[in-house]
Design a protein around this ligand. Structure first.
Ligand SMILES: Cc1ncc(COP(=O)(O)O)c(C=O)c1O
Length: 398
């Protein structure tokens, strides 16, 4: 057999998916496992959305749609951007994709050339680095500090800009840290971004899952120049518990939107017609279920924060959004329990799974080896049991 393409070796399978799959398998085999690894809401898609989609099937809305998505859905998204983000987009500048993930991949393919540098604040969502590498770009990882709630400062950003820097990826609310950038913080970053004329890929998929009175701000809403340079990424996966429907979108300037649409027309054409109908009603109608889910996430966040606060040796930032908490567990590195020796986050994640039946993703998967990520997109009983197990495991190591 001839050699495979070089790009086939660039992509590594997602660590979060791998751990969740393994934990589910152990559970199936009868092991008592608490899974706090998944990156998806445990709620069901709201009924009004499902009903609208069923109706669309029955009416025969089962054919190809335009590659960019249906006009109705793109108009509904334009309305959403105006209503929620104070942003005026022509519906023609919105492209609907197979989840936010494809919207990010499309964007990178359209703006990044071989050797272009893309700034990615760390900790980061695993997919960013893989996709940048896949398109031939160079991820420039900028380490942030837990004392700054893992948020990038303008100084840290500017230090890493070179003549080759093309873009920066921002994610607020953040996976894995739960951090949320304020308007002031975005303005300060925006100044540097404008000065160096960088593209911004602004991943806003957790927009609706936000706490403590924080308000989600899109960096595109700060100035005309930033709007011109920003590609907004969003979708219904997390806000409406619609991960499996695969609907995301990009909103950008017209030139980028046209290129993304052309690319997608050759790559995947469009996401399922029925999913587009479902997303349309999700954006147009508000029956209170998004807020209900948000409130439930907030209760869980409160519980997990309260429990983690009673564990000695760890430190963490209070997550103000998304459904993850990312404690620094490095105090337990170089500790032993029987034949276990914990060197890093991978070892600790393995120890938790094997010794106490708890699945949590190692921080190294997000570029930060001192931490471990818990997802609290699971019911309160699981959270209580999971964090009790975490405490028990750490005590074994003391
Ligand atoms: C930060 C971030 N962006 C994008 C996505 C992908 O969203 P989608 O399921 O719409 O592709 C995820 C999913 O885990 C995520 O955590």
């Amino acid at each position: 057999m001839k050699q495979l393409a070089k790009r086939a070796n660039i992509i590594k399978p997602s660590a979060t998916v791998a751990l969740t799959t393994r934990a589910k398998l152990l559970k199936k085999e009868g092991k008592d496992i608490i899974i706090m690894a998944a990156g998806e809401p445990d709620f069901d898609t709201p009924d009004y959305i499902k009903e609208y989609a069923i109706d669309a099937i029955q009416k025969g809305f089962t054919k190809y749609t335009p590659a960019e998505g249906t006009v109705e859905l793109r108009m509904a998204i334009a309305e959403k951007l105006k209503r929620d983000n104070n942003l005026e987009y022509d519906w023609k500048d919105i492209v609907v994709s197979n989840g936010a993930k494809q919207a990010i991949a499309n964007t990178l393919m359209v703006i990044i050339d071989e050797g272009d540098e893309v700034i990615i604040p760390s900790p980061y969502w695993v997919t960013y680095t893989s996709l940048v590498e896949l398109v031939g770009g160079k991820p420039v990882i900028v380490k942030t500090k837990i004392e700054n709630e893992f948020k990038l400062t303008p100084e840290e950003l500017e230090k890493h800009i070179t003549p080759k820097t093309k873009a920066i990826i921002l994610n607020s609310p953040s996976n894995p840290t739960g951090s949320v950038y304020t308007l002031e913080e975005l303005k300060a970053l925006g100044e540097i971004i404008e000065k160096h004329d960088l593209f911004v890929i602004s991943d806003e998929i957790y927009e609706k899952i936000i706490y403590d009175g924080y308000k989600h701000i899109s960096i595109a809403s700060i100035s005309d120049k930033l709007k011109e340079n920003t590609i907004i990424i969003n979708g219904v996966s997390k806000s409406h518990a619609m991960t499996g429907w695969r609907v995301g979108f990009s909103a950008s300037n017209s030139e980028i939107a046209k290129k993304i649409a052309a690319l997608q027309s050759q790559l995947s054409h469009h996401t399922a017609s029925i999913s587009q109908k479902a997303a349309e009603i999700a954006f147009l109608k508000n029956d209170g279920s998004v807020e209900k889910m948000r409130k439930e996430f907030e209760k869980r966040r409160d519980k997990i924060v309260e429990m983690l606060s009673n564990i000695e040796g760890i430190k963490f930032n209070i997550p103000h959004g998304a459904f993850y908490v990312f404690p620094d567990v490095s105090y337990f590195y170089r500790k032993r329990y029987k034949n276990w020796y914990i060197k890093n986050s991978l070892d600790l994640s393995e120890f938790l799974l094997e010794k106490v039946g708890l699945a949590a993703v190692s921080g190294i998967a997000f570029g930060e080896d001192s931490c471990i990520r818990f997802s609290y997109a699971t019911n309160i009983d699981n959270i209580i049991e999971g964090i009790n197990r975490f405490k028990k495991a750490l005590e074994m190591l003391l």
